[in-house]
Design a protein around this ligand. Sequence first.
Ligand code: HEC
Ligand code: HEC
Length: 342
Amino acid sequence: MIIGIVVLCSLLCGFTGDNPYFVITKKDVELKVPEGFPKPFYRFKDNKLTPERFVLGRKLFYDPILSKDSTISCESCHQRIAAFGHFDHPLSHGINGLSGTRNVPALQNLIWKDAYMWDGRVGSLELQPINPITNPVEMDETMPHVVQKLRLSAMYRADFELAFGDTIINSERVLKALAQFTGLLISGDSRYDRYMQGKDTFSMAERKGLELFRSKCNDCHEEPLFTDNSYKNNGLKPDRALDDKGRGVVTGIEKDEYTFMVPTLRNIERTYPYMHDGRFRKLEAVLNFYGDPANFGGHAAVELKKIGRLTDEDKKYLIAFLLTLTDKTFLYDRRFVNPFMH
Ligand code: HEC
Ligand code: HEC
């Protein structure tokens, strides 16, 4: 019996390379725009989607080789179970236990964004990874050194050849492959989506929550992406120690100070804690904040005036609705699983 299990185990482990679970077909990398979504900004125009490039991008995303001491991968901060945010961490943790100054955002529907980061300072999905790779408190590496390490790896030489037709390894190819993986992280099959397509029903509480949401939150967290891709001050008092001026630092314009990207609310059940500094652990706390008009003095955006005082019932309904944004098809998509782990 025990011998049987050992044999079975070693057989399974030995075959992980060809595990059908990880095989990516042409169909798996077709760009499918979910029903009701607008046209994406990034359409893989100069980065043709292929199974081999996607598989390479996935490997790079999960490989700590991208960090200086090979301890931190993209996934160290962007975890699949948290819709590629950082489960239960208010501020990011990088190399040598160093702490960043911002909460790790979820990675989903990135091709519908025209700028990235809480302050929108990065304008290109392909160039974005240079930031974490070279950030001294994240991966603390350089692109030339990443390329040099990859060139020394027989596995990666073979992977690049499969993906690009020759063994040339350079930054551009690394970044293009990564963008194939991050760009295909698409969430568009939550219960909300199915409800909108007439394939699912909502409870009374969920319907009331949707109505409240549309009258109070949708100006900024606009359907169906649940963001209008703008930067707003939603009334949070700046954390004194961090004093993060957000978008203002990027534009140098005073009215942009303390504004932050309007984050999507898709998979919000999984992406806690909330806000750019991770100050709220629970959705109840977020709604207690939005439900108190006293929070919206000073520079808070005008759209917040519509919210008014939220009753306990309003909060309950809004949360019931927000939970319909959990997308299990996305969260458990086999294409996105760590290829080194199974
Ligand atoms: C040490 C933790 C950490 C690591 C490692 C890390 N990230 Fe991030 N990531 C963050 C944080 C924090 C932000 C938000 C930064 C900001 O707003 O200044 C972010 C933002 C992003 C964004 C922008 C999301 C948006 O909606 O604007 C993308 C895309 C992204 N990371 C991809 C990656 C990729 C690809 C890698 C690996 C090459 C990676 N990250 C490695 C912490 C990390
Ligand atoms: C004026 C635009 C605006 C309105 C209206 C608004 N929000 Fe927000 N929301 C934001 C911004 C901006 C942030 C990020 C703020 C930050 O981190 O500094 C945010 C963050 C959030 C977050 C945290 C998301 C995360 O990933 O950390 C939740 C949840 C949320 N809002 C829910 C709501 C709900 C529910 C309503 C309606 C009651 C609402 N918002 C109304 C702009 C708005």
